[in-house]
Design a protein around this ligand. Structure first.
Ligand code: HEM
Length: 241
């Protein structure tokens, strides 16, 4: 926002120096975009795109931990042995918490909160696999289909963090894992989202055990809205100390 405000100021100075009119096409483009209204719109967009998405991943994460107590216990064991009980986890710890990371990746695979990427337009005639894609075509990536393709993921409807681990228990890169979309233009908030999800998830499981109160019925089916999220369910967060 600071950079943007500085640009608005610079723009105003340039316009004054210009005698009030921006002469070059470049300067016109800047004047059309760099003003307070677009700054507000950009900030609002970041909140809209960045809040529900990461929060929905966390809601799925809590629901899955409630339904899979053995997996939750394994995450807590890893946190206890690597981070310990005397401090809270931090972002740098992800490198030495492969099981916890694999659980988070599996949650984002099995419950892809944005099942479809944003619509893109082909800038020129091109080919994708065997398909001719003429210039101007609208292309939407089906992230859900990739994350649930049985040719890529054995029994994709099963929750298996081990898909993201190699035989030494180290995190394994899977190029077919694309929750932030495919191609050059992907989610702008990817790194921030990864940090948020990791920190909230590890803080919560470091401090609490997630349980189902009174064995209430729950569903893992989910519901489509702005994002694909879990149906509201009551959980209990029991203090671990
Ligand atoms: C787990 C959390 C998130 C997921 C799964 C996610 C996923 C996505 C996906 C699939 C797209 C469409 C990309 C495309 O096909 O062009 C996208 C775009 C975008 N995301 Fe995220 N996102 C997340 C968090 C965030 C956060 C935290 C922010 C901002 C702080 C953010 C800001 C944006 C913006 C601005 C775009 C549009 C980018 C563009 O068109 O250039 N996202 N996101």
């Amino acid at each position: 926002m600071d950079v943007f405000l500085n640009e608005i100021e610079k723009n105003a100075e340039n316009t004054l120096a210009d005698g009030g009119g921006s002469s070059t096409p470049d300067a016109n483009d800047r004047a059309n975009f760099i003003h307070e209204k677009s700054l507000t719109a950009t900030a609002v967009e970041l909140f809209l795109a960045g809040t529900d998405t990461a929060a929905t991943v966390l809601r799925w994460a809590l629901l899955y931990m409630m339904t899979l107590p053995e997996i939750q216990a394994k995450v807590q064991q890893e946190l206890d042995s690597v981070v310990g009980r005397s401090r809270m986890p931090k972002w740098a710890d992800r490198l030495i918490l492969p099981y916890t990371e694999a659980v988070l990746l599996e949650i984002q695979r099995i419950r892809t909160v944005l099942p479809l990427g944003a619509p893109h337009v082909a800038a020129k005639d091109t080919k994708i696999g065997d398909y001719d894609v003429p210039k101007g075509s609208i292309i939407v990536s089906n992230l859900w289909a990739v994350h649930n393709d049985p040719d890529i993921w054995t029994e994709p409807d099963q929750f298996r963090p081990e898909r993201f681990l190699d035989e030494d228990g180290k995190l394994r890169h899977r190029e077919e894992f694309i929750p932030f979309s495919a191609g050059h233009r992907v989610c702008l908030g990817e790194n921030l989202a990864k940090m948020e999800i990791f920190i909230f998830f590890t803080y919560i499981l470091h401090t609490f055990t997630i349980k189902n109160p009174y064995n209430k019925p729950y569903s893992l089916k989910g519901i489509s809205g702005v994002t694909f999220g879990p149906i509201d369910v009551e959980i209990v967060a029991e203090n671990r100390d």
